[in-house]
Write a protein that binds this ligand. Structure first.
Ligand code: ADP
Length: 455
């Protein structure tokens, strides 16, 4: 294979950003092929930038562009984060449609496509990531690039009835079909997109994941993203992990730990999760003083109002639950609005009896896979997983719940807390096998094989 060219809004130019699953997968592929990574530098400027900042690290070329304040406001904050993000997470009520922002979104896609096209060479393979660049494939074609170009969406894709609410939906879909391969996290997301193409534009399914629409043929398939399982298992036995486990154990005493780790985002179902925790203690007074629920959720995108409201809601719920159920020597629900290192998280997961991953709608939820890999085989914890997490299609041996049903979620947590060791081990081994076999390399190789079949 020739060079791999990755395009994503944020890159792993900063070595510290090479820890996450996606960053690792892309980074390794780029290193192997001596490829390039295009994206935003993270810097904001007043005047439209001329050219890009180009540098090399470990054989990988980074080509980064600054954004103007206006681009950042309209392309990133407005269109990507207040139109596409909410609608794609089924939250039409939170969308702030804005045609001016669409124009800037489109302009940024074209501007970056121009920078990329100037540097592409025959034999290159282009892999575009995520919802900031739905129009990038089309923009590259207009800039004259004809080589293989794929796109992977890391977030869900909504049902056509919701997607059609975006005033520019037909532009987005038409442009997306300029990609040779469009990858989704789950077969459910894929089915939503295919149904949209069939209903709206008479798309024709040709079998083998191919669909003919807009006079072209595109492969539309599900490629559930994985993690680096060994890396995470190793992270769980580092000194940093041990220290974190030890610190929380001092607080826990003999109590069982129930843990949730999320970015603070309305897609994660945190208020519903807190309600379910309240219900657990309402329905099972015998759990009083025996369990401690810790939710880690650092604020993200804090400029957006909804997140501030979410924070207030979580503080209110945690206050109520602790007021109703807590005691002099027991805090039932702790809520930590800060971030921890990957190793620290792995250490906390390792000693948790229950992991709560209960989003209302989410792309994959890598955190579910990380929780599994951090568990010790001799005494594994139990994963309570939302049926609306992308991971639910693969992780069938978790306790699968509807996150809107606080009674069922509370019962699932109770079931997890009281599950016999043998059942915990049987479920965990099956989950581990899935996470190990469908890992980040499996994901990358499947996508790239479809994008550029061996000649
Ligand atoms: P999303 O991409 O929507 O945030 P995922 O669960 O797929 O959700 O991925 C989240 C990643 O970020 C995981 O690798 C997880 O370990 C990490 N992460 C989530 N919350 C925190 C936190 N509070 N501190 C540090 N890392 C976190």
């Amino acid at each position: 294979m020739g060079r791999l060219i990755a395009i994503s809004n944020r890159t792993a130019a900063d070595p510290k950003a090479r820890a996450g699953g996606l960053a690792v997968a892309v980074w390794e592929s780029l290193k192997e092929t001596g490829g390039s990574w295009f994206g935003w530098s993270g810097t904001l400027v007043d005047e439209p930038p001329r050219g890009a900042n180009v540098f090399r690290d470990e054989g990988v070329e980074f080509v980064l562009t600054d954004l103007t304040h206006e681009e950042h406001e309209k392309y990133y904050l407005n269109y990507a984060n207040r139109v596409i993000w909410p609608v794609f997470h089924y939250r039409l009520d939170l969308a702030a449609f804005n045609s001016e922002a669409f124009k800037v979104y489109s302009d940024v896609n074209q501007r970056i496509a121009g920078i990329v096209a100037d540097r592409l060479q025959p034999g290159d393979t282009v892999w575009v990531h995520d919802y900031h660049f739905l129009l990038m494939g089309n923009a590259l074609r207009h800039a004259g690039w004809e080589g293989p170009t794929g796109f992977f969406l890391h977030i869900p894709f909504p049902p056509p009835e919701m997607f059609r609410a975006i005033p520019e939906h037909h532009w987005l879909a038409r442009a997306m079909c300029a990609y040779d391969v469009i990858g989704f996290q789950s077969s459910h997301d894929r089915a939503n997109f295919v149904r949209y193409l069939v209903e709206q534009f008479d798309g024709e399914e040709l079998g083998d994941d191919l669909i003919r629409v807009f006079g072209t043929t595109t492969r539309v398939a599900a490629y559930p993203i994985g993690i680096d399982p060994n890396g995470f298992r190793d992270a769980a036995s580092t000194p940093q992990a041990d220290r974190a486990a030890e610190r929380i154990s001092r607080f826990l005493g003999e109590r069982h730990l129930v843990i949730g780790v999320d970015r603070m985002d309305y897609s994660k179902g945190l208020p519903q999760r807190f309600e379910a925790v309240g219900q657990l203690f309402d329905a099972h007074p015998e759990m009083d003083g025996k369990v401690s629920v810790t939710q880690i959720a650092p604020p993200s995108r804090s400029k957006v109002e909804e997140y501030q409201e979410l924070r207030i809601e979580l503080d209110r719920l945690a206050g109520r639950i602790n007021g109703d159920h807590g005691d002099l020597d027991w805090i039932p629900l702790r809520y930590l609005a800060r971030s921890y290192s990957r190793e620290e998280l792995a250490g906390l997961f390792r000693i948790a009896r229950v992991g709560l991953v209960t989003p209302l709608r989410d792309g994959m939820n890598l955190v579910a896979k990380e929780f599994i890999m951090a568990q010790p085989e001799e005494d594994p914890g139990v994963l309570v997983l939302s049926e609306f997490a992308g991971a639910a299609e693969q992780l069938r041996d978790a306790l699968i719940v509807n996150p809107h049903d606080k009674f069922k979620v509370a019962e699932a947590i109770y079931q997890a807390l009281t599950m016999p060791l043998e059942e915990r081990q049987t479920r965990w081994r099956k989950l581990r096998d899935v996470v190990e076999s469908q890992d980040i390399s499996w994901w990358r190789n499947r996508f790239l094989k479809d994008l550029k079949p061996a000649e």
